[in-house]
Design a protein. Structure first.
Length: 119
């Protein structure tokens, strides 16, 4: 039992280290600017609570990268077909609007969210 617990704790520690390692500061800075200029701040915070949409702190740990890219770049389609997006719409009652974000821009925004979530 002790060995299992020790291995489990070690696995958690390794996962935490991997999650906090390797932030691309330049990309995250670009993502911060995009988060503001694309209007994300009108509906979302990162660690300051819910607004019109969910607080995005830790979203890069809760959702897969491809899901995040799809939600950021094509929310209309996600809200029609993705079960998680549909649940979020039920909860928040306001659909995420398409802000004309490219995949490259989405990558920067995700890196910003990853960085901010570590604080």
């Amino acid at each position: 039992m002790r060995r299992f617990l020790a291995l489990s704790l070690m696995g958690i520690a390794v996962a935490l280290l991997a999650a906090t390692k390797g932030v691309d500061e330049k990309l995250a800075k670009k993502g911060a600017a995009l988060f503001k200029s694309k209007g994300c701040t009108a509906c979302h915070t990162v660690g300051k609570g819910k607004l019109v949409g969910p607080d995005l702190k830790g979203v890069t740990e809760r959702r897969e990268y491809d899901w995040l890219v799809a939600m950021i770049t094509n929310p209309d389609s996600m809200l029609k077909y993705d079960p998680v997006a549909k649940e979020l719409l039920k909860e928040y009652k306001v659909p995420m609007t398409d802000q004309n974000v490219s995949k490259k821009e989405a990558k920067a925004i995700i890196e910003y969210l990853r960085k901010e979530s570590q604080k």
